[in-house]
Design a protein around this ligand. Structure first.
Ligand code: URA
Length: 235
């Protein structure tokens, strides 16, 4: 990798800013280098900027407990995004959110720069199950379990893939459930609940495949995935 690219990938500096500081000279394996196109061995070369060695990590994986009123995008002119919630030091990896959660949905948001894994997790063909905790106004009934399992038909006639509903509490006024789906259509859970004659009042994602939301994360907080979590997601 070129030196200017390496510096911009491992610091908050842009490529142009990296070029500027390279002109003044960068210590690489104790030798002063001044050319931006100098080829770096990302793993073995010792690159020192402002007295600190730069370490290159190709892929990073972050789980966040997304709060409401934050959108799952990398940037937005109006709203705060999940990437805005990251500290500057964590933004250097240029992560993006895997799949979408609505502005008013809370819970597990995975952020990564690993496009291949992201695709694997959101592609409906891969059948990765996502678990949501949902509160609705209206009654969820036993007969709904079968409808959801058979594939609910939502508003415009689209037949959902088979899903699983687990009713936790139910009354005529309010019901609480967990729902497990393998697709990620726009407003999918809300539309499925509407098809069952109810309206979502609160929605939170609890898991994506093997990855479960860390219960110790408060809304807006995040942490890096453990090696075990990454390994399990890649299985
Ligand atoms: N389904 C929805 O309706 N909204 C979400 O944010 C996620 C799934």
């Amino acid at each position: 990798m070129r030196l200017d690219k390496f510096i911009s990938a491992t610091t908050t500096l842009s490529r142009a800013e990296a070029k500027k500081i390279i002109k003044k000279g960068i210590l690489i394996n104790n030798i002063l280098v001044k050319s931006p196109d100098y080829k770096i061995d990302e793993i073995n070369d010792q690159v020192i900027v402002n007295g600190n060695r730069l370490f290159y990590q190709k892929y990073v994986y972050i789980m966040m407990n997304k709060p409401q009123n934050v959108i799952s995008a990398t940037e937005d002119a109006i709203d705060k995004t999940v990437v805005d919630l990251l500290e500057e030091k964590d933004r250097i990896y240029k992560v993006f959110p895997v799949g979408r959660l609505d502005k008013d949905t809370e819970g597990l948001m995975l952020l990564t720069n690993d496009g291949e894994l992201a695709h694997k997790l959101i592609s409906p063909k891969k059948d990765v199950e996502k678990k949501y905790y949902v509160e609705v106004s209206g009654e969820l009934k036993e007969e709904h379990l079968e409808l959801v399992k058979d594939g609910l038909v939502i508003d415009e006639g689209y037949k959902c893939k088979s899903a699983r509903l687990e009713i936790l509490e139910s009354s005529k006024v309010k019901s609480i459930a967990n729902i497990y789906i393998t697709e990620g259509k726009f407003h999918q859970v809300k539309r499925m609940m509407k098809a069952l004659g109810t309206t979502v009042t609160y929605l939170k994602r609890l898991s994506i495949g093997t990855l479960e939301l860390d219960k110790t994360l408060k809304l807006g907080e995040y942490r890096y995935l453990t090696d075990k979590e990454i390994k399990n997601l890649n299985k």
